[in-house]
Design a protein around this ligand. Structure first.
Ligand code: CTP
Ligand code: CA
Length: 226
């Protein structure tokens, strides 16, 4: 494209990103959650907006600020996160970085549970899989669906299996066996698993992982343009 007509590469594209943990209430004062700062997902949302995309960021509870230039939907639970994602469709791209709690408590208590001397037994039910639900939609499936996979062993092999099981296009896998540096940290070492390739990216700041990922997505969409 020439100078004057050089629109930003993701101009006119809609991108939905999930980020952060979900909180699954046990009672009004307690919850189950995963570790997640939201930093990688928020950085991806910001990077997509910087390339001109219209971005909806569906965020669980995090302590970092909303990125500029992005529509943010704040949610607490996995069920709420799925509803907010579906409400944001149709989109060209879905990027699912949230550390969604795999289970919620069946029948959360409406009043604070009191100690009785016998620890309560919590019955758990599996949460909806937001990534798989969107990736397997018959209607309004984003053209590109990207999942993340934090693994502690067999990182690429598990990521390949996860890509197939979930029906997504790419999985960004990272090794969290030394999790103190990654969860909540500045850097990320990822492997980008596509249908037929695996790219090993170097250890990079999360902002740089985000920039490279959205640049790679932009290339995919630009290949379509005349
Ligand atoms: N994910 C999701 N909804 C869920 C669980 C996971 O959208 N209820 C998404 C995550 O955002 C991530 C991908 O699925 O993009 C992989 O998450 P992960 O926890 O690694 O996958 P699980 O299928 O939950 O498998 P595991 O048993 O390894 O936790
Ligand atoms: Ca999980």
């Amino acid at each position: 494209a020439g100078q004057a007509g050089a629109a930003l590469p993701l101009a006119g594209r809609r991108v939905v990103v999930t980020s952060g943990p979900t909180h699954e209430p046990i009672d009004p004062v307690r919850y189950i959650a995963n570790r997640s700062s939201g930093r990688q997902g928020h950085a991806i949302a910001a990077a997509a907006a910087a390339l001109g995309a219209e971005v909806v960021l569906v965020s669980g509870p995090v302590s970092i600020p909303d990125p500029a230039g992005v529509t943010v939907r704040h949610v607490e639970t996995a069920v709420e996160m799925l509803a907010a994602v579906e409400a944001a469709l149709p989109a060209d791209v879905g990027i699912f970085t949230a550390a969604v709690a795999d289970w919620r408590v069946a029948g959360e208590a409406s009043q604070k549970m009191k100690k009785t001397g016998a620890a309560p037994k919590l019955a758990l039910v599996e949460n909806p899989d937001i990534l798989a639900t969107v990736a397997k939609r018959a209607v309004d499936r984003p053209r590109l669906v990207v999942g993340f996979a934090a693994e502690t062993e067999n990182v690429v092999a598990y990521a390949k299996a996860k890509r197939q099981r979930k029906g997504c296009d790419w999985i960004i896998a990272n090794d969290v066996s030394h999790a103190t540096g990654i969860m909540g940290g500045d850097n990320n070492t990822v492997h980008v698993v596509t249908a037929d390739t695996v790219e090993d990216w170097p250890d990079l700041p999360k902002t740089e992982v985000a920039a490279r990922l959205v640049a790679r997505i932009a290339r995919l969409f630009q290949e379509d343009r005349p």
